[in-house]
Design a protein around this ligand. Structure first.
Ligand code: SF4
Ligand code: ZN
Length: 418
């Protein structure tokens, strides 16, 4: 393993000790992103002559000219070039920004892609930390850790809301293209899955097992990303997992996946079903895009994403549920997962699949309408999107059940969930 010797030249302390350091509301200078606030971070590959190494630009106001508090829109773009660089590596570098930025004292990094929520502390601001230092960290760490692949790095921070909104279209198209690269690959078509254990830094027993039909729960690590991650760093957090002998086809358990979970969860966990929320579900760290939760009366599940901050039919808000499922535990009946996984044929297929979904926020339904439409057609579920209740028709579990009866939701006639 190559040891990083690149010094990070910033006015605050820097090192692994600061990763995961919380910054309370009262102590924060600004919060970037969060529900309803356009913000993103994005790595893209450029031609050699398009990148000026070490160039850091802040386009728009810096911290001195921003009001204190939440609601700040920033788009962070890191453009890289290198003879060994491949676009397949972009998501890996992007995901590592979590650690790179989180290791600065006074920067709290949360999320990825276009659902970030970062904080910068008042103390760091007073010590002289400004937005250009975010660029400096990315530049230094990308060279330090990916020097074998990257030759040049430049970073641009867009801090005007209209610029961020404008750029978001491009960036989201790039994310969609990445997700589409997987094409028609299936779990059955491969012998290897990949692990991701990046989140063990704060959830020590958490292991994401990433397959063609199930991405990591943060939504930013697909099977191809796992493969690329292993190529970049063969001793890193993405390891190949040979499936080996099937233990249970329906649940999605193999000798190889169970053994991997056992050894890499520090023997905390023995079995994991890749396709069930009820039996040995996958662990959840804290970065899940969505949480699914069983609604016993409805004989189905509700799905909620991070942007929906109201009460849900489970009687809990997203934040409370996140506390229940997170931390690297298996919690039958609850599970964190990516948006991508919702549109997968393997989505809780052992428990009845997509047909179990009885409620989700309206905005999430709209965002995922294309992939849900496609998946429900493949499963012969007619007009299924209309059958999923949302907050405009049902806010409590009782109201969900009433709605299900009115529109004859398929989960009503399915086997009991437990
Ligand atoms: Fe990796 Fe899973 Fe963490 Fe995403 S949530 S970074 S896939 S361990
Ligand atoms: Zn995580």
């Amino acid at each position: 393993l190559k040891i990083s010797i690149h010094k990070v030249d910033i006015p605050v302390a820097y090192g692994p000790a600061f990763e995961g350091e919380r910054i309370r509301k009262d102590d924060m200078q600004i919060e970037i992103g969060g529900p309803g606030v356009p913000a993103f971070e994005f790595v893209c590959t450029k031609e050699a002559d398009e990148v000026e190494d070490g160039k850091i630009q802040v386009i728009g106001p810096d911290l001195d000219d921003m009001p204190q508090g939440p609601g700040v829109s920033i788009g962070i773009v890191a453009e890289v070039t290198g003879r060994k660089m491949q676009p397949d590596f972009e998501p890996i570098f992007e995901r590592q920004m979590h650690r790179f930025l989180g290791e600065a004292q006074g920067i709290f990094h949360m999320g990825q892609r276009d659902i970030i929520r970062h904080r910068i502390s008042k103390d760091a601001f007073k010590a002289g930390l400004r937005l250009k230092h975010i660029g400096k960290i990315i530049h230094a760490k990308f060279h330090g850790e990916f020097g074998a692949i990257i030759d040049k790095v430049q970073v641009t921070l867009y801090t005007k809301k209209e610029d961020v909104e404008g750029k978001l279209k491009e960036v989201r198209a790039a994310f969609a293209e990445r997700d589409a690269r997987l094409g028609d690959m299936t779990d059955d078509s491969v012998n290897l899955f990949y692990s991701c254990t990046l989140c063990q830094s704060f959830a020590p027993s958490h292991v994401c097992i990433v397959t063609p039909e199930r991405s990591g729960l943060c939504g930013s690590v697909s099977w191809l990303d796992g493969k690329a991650g292993y190529e970049i760093n063969p001793t890193g957090p993405n390891q190949p997992i040979e499936k080996r002998k099937v233990i249970d086809d329906r649940l999605g358990q193999w000798d190889g996946t169970n053994e991997f979970l056992y050894s890499s969860s520090n023997r905390a966990l023995e079995k994991v079903s890749l396709y069930s929320i009820m039996t040995d579900p996958m662990t959840s760290c804290g970065c899940f895009e969505c949480i699914s939760a069983m609604l016993p009366m409805a004989n189905g599940i509700m799905v909620v994403d991070r942007d929906f901050t109201e009460m849900t039919p489970s009687g809990m808000k997203f934040s409370t549920m996140a506390g229940t499922v997170g931390g690297g535990l298996q919690t039958p009946g609850f599970m964190g997962h990516s948006k991508f996984y919702l549109g997968s044929k393997k989505f809780i297929s052992a428990d009845g699949g997509l047909a179990r979904v009885v409620w989700m926020p309206k905005a999430l339904k709209e965002e995922l309408s294309e992939q849900l439409e496609k998946a429900s057609k493949e499963m012969d579920l007619e007009n299924f999107l209309d059958k999923i209740a949302d907050e405009t028709v049902a806010q409590t579990e009782e109201e969900v059940v009433e709605y299900m009866q009115k529109i004859n939701h398929p989960a009503l006639s399915m086997d009991p969930m437990f």
